[in-house]
Design a protein around this ligand. Structure first.
Ligand code: NAD
Length: 549
């Protein structure tokens, strides 16, 4: 018997088709497709639909003994069948997000060189300085719209992980798709290899990055500059998200490029927006508006000054004068209250250095300033002790208590402490997740201020509108749109953010609001559509097997 010739198609055929993660449908290829693409005999005869294939994923996942094994399994699934990977993630975000992103991605990054299967994304090494455009051109997709880039220096709370940090851009971009429908083929994870100061990595036989200390100073700045310009040339419609750069680089890089190219920093802007959303929702619970609150931050670093700056802008939008808006925000750091006589304040702290006598005790600051909300971004575990929390409870019927420091051991207090020491009156959200708290016959559901509520949605809006710049106002719109989606029933249980199980719908609502703002303010790169909802819906990636032409 002579074999039937495989017909000409635009796609790879046979084994090559089964190895293409964007096209592979494995046992879901139909009989006709198997005939057409030379697959007969390369697969078991039974044709399955995607639901059965998803069932097999869940069975295999259950065989894995640890979350790191589940991370590895899901990464391999993505290398094999991208549609099924995203179908799994989107079928149960609350279960899958912690496996493909925090907390599991932390351990995955620490061991990235050991668990590597198939490399993904683009690695740009300082040794290739002068050639970055050519390297970017090696990426097979030409219409890249979203780049997440890190230099691996401050990966989560884990410090310098060199190019092992690649797990972060990969994971973050997966969330753009899974949580807000940004099509995976327009996303590109990039890691810049400028060396590492992590001695253990340099000595590890499996480490894949440069075995030299980090490049700094002018050489580092020139490299970043070349990278930014190369992206503009090769992927002119791409938005760049800076991720997990160390503090001395993060703010200056953002400041240098935010008005020149389409870019943002999630650690700074995303964090501020998610905190702002929480404070807006919390204000509803305490029966007031945002502009009725007074805020005292423990910590005056990147997170605190970023949140305070966005908060002050939002308060101004709500009708306060610029001076009054800033006066609602007070910062207290390791040196005590930030006040106008303090020396050595940074540019970001100065707007919140109000006239006041020095104070070096946080509880005393609460007694004097009478905040309605305290926000912990100090990284100091247990800093909101019983005295702090009871003082807030004495001054406020519903004290807003947000310990935002990560990880859990650095949280300024636990959910249980906040609820117990306020007799259940606290309005609580934290940076790290906490289990429900039971006090008497009442159940409290602590909220987690996770950036995942913001950046995928803002990303979707930028992708859909082709905005040329990312502004703070877009993040304020996102924060308000997020806060609006917390229902009265959820508020009654103490929730400040919508449940993660609803993340796609929530993100698409936020994305629409941000897109509306972008179009209304003439910031879009495409004409305003007649029907924004239909336009946005059409842009959303939905993982489903589509027939191959
Ligand atoms: P940072 O180093 O820039 O700032 C830390 C600040 O805390 C400094 O102002 C320091 O003076 C102050 N501080 C240190 N010890 C103190 C003490 N004993 N009393 C009072 N103040 C003290 O760090 P950062 O980037 O601003 O991050 C701070 C924390 O916020 C981290 O734990 C981080 O995990 C958390 N964070 C959470 C989120 C989120 O939940 N989405 C996002 C970003 C940062």
């Amino acid at each position: 018997m002579t074999a039937k010739p495989t017909p000409l198609t635009n796609h790879p055929t046979g084994v090559a088709l089964l190895r293409d993660p964007a096209l592979n449908r494995s046992t879901a290829f139909t009989e006709a497709e198997r005939e057409k693409f030379g697959l007969v005999g390369l697969l078991p005869d039974r044709v399955e639909d995607e639901e059965v294939r998803l069932q097999r994923v869940l069975v295999q996942l259950d065989y894995k003994p640890t979350d790191l094994e589940r991370y590895i399994f899901l990464s391999s699934l993505r290398d094999n069948d991208e549609t099924l990977y995203f179908k799994a993630l989107m079928s149960d975000p609350a279960r899958f997000l912690p496996l493909v992103y925090t907390p599991t991605v932390g351990e995955a990054c620490q061991k990235f060189d050991q668990i590597l299967r198939r490399p993904a994304g683009v690695y740009l090494s300082i040794t290739r300085k002068g050639q970055l455009r050519d390297l970017l051109r090696n990426w097979p997709h030409k219409d890249v719209r979203f780049i997440v880039v890190t230099d691996g220096e401050r990966i989560l709370g884990l410090g310098d992980l060199g190019i092992n940090g690649m797990g972060i851009p990969i994971g973050k971009l997966a969330l753009y798709t899974a949580c807000a429908g940004v099509p995976p083929k327009v996303t590109l994870p990039i890691t810049l290899d400028v060396g590492t100061n992590n001695e253990a990595l340099i000595k590890h036989p499996l480490y894949l990055g440069l075995r030299q200390p980090r490049i700094t100073g002018a050489e580092y700045d020139e490299f970043i500059d070349e990278f930014i310009m190369a992206v503009q040339d090769v992927f002119p419609r791409a938005c760049i998200q800076f991720e997990d750069f160390a503090l001395p680089h993060a703010a200056p890089i953002l400041a240098r490029y935010r008005d020149k190219v389409c870019c943002f920093n999630d650690d700074i802007q995303g964090t501020a927006a998610v905190a702002l959303a929480g404070l807006i929702a919390a204000s509803k619970i305490v029966d007031g508006a945002l502009k009725d609150q007074r805020f005292l931050f423990l910590g005056a670093g990147t997170a605190a000054t970023g949140i305070a700056a966005l908060l002050a802008k939002a308060l101004e939008q709500d009708g306060l004068s610029a001076a009054e808006a800033k006066r609602r925000c007070w910062l207290f750091d390791i040196g005590g209250l930030i006040q106008s006589k303090r020396e050595g304040l940074t540019l970001f702290q100065q707007p919140f250095a109000h006239e006041h006598a020095p104070l070096d005790n946080f509880t005393a600051a609460i007694e004097v300033l009478k905040p309605t909300a305290i926000i912990g971004v100090s990284g100091v575990g247990k800093a909101f002790d019983r005295t702090v929390i009871e003082t807030m409870a004495k001054l406020n019927e519903r004290p807003i208590i947000f310990p935002y420091s990560n990880p859990t051991s650095h949280s300024e207090c636990t959910a249980e402490e906040a609820y117990r020491w306020t007799d259940g009156r606290a309005v609580f959200a934290s940076g790290s997740p906490f289990q429900p708290v039971y006090l008497g016959d009442k159940t409290f559901l602590p909220s987690q201020g996770n950036n995942v509520y913001i950046f995928p949605a803002v990303g979707m809006a930028i992708y859909a509108t082709e905005a040329a710049r990312v502004t703070d106002e877009m993040f304020i719109v996102a924060a308000r749109a997020l806060a609006e989606q917390v229902t009265p029933a959820q508020i009654a249980t103490g929730l400040i953010y919508p449940p993660q199980s609803m993340i796609l719908d929530v993100s698409l609502n936020v994305a629409r609001a941000v897109a509306r703002y972008i179009f209304d303010h003439g910031l879009a790169g495409v004409p305003t559509p007649d029907d924004l909802a239909a336009y946005m819906a059409e842009k959303v990636y939905r993982p489903a097997y589509r027939p191959l032409a």
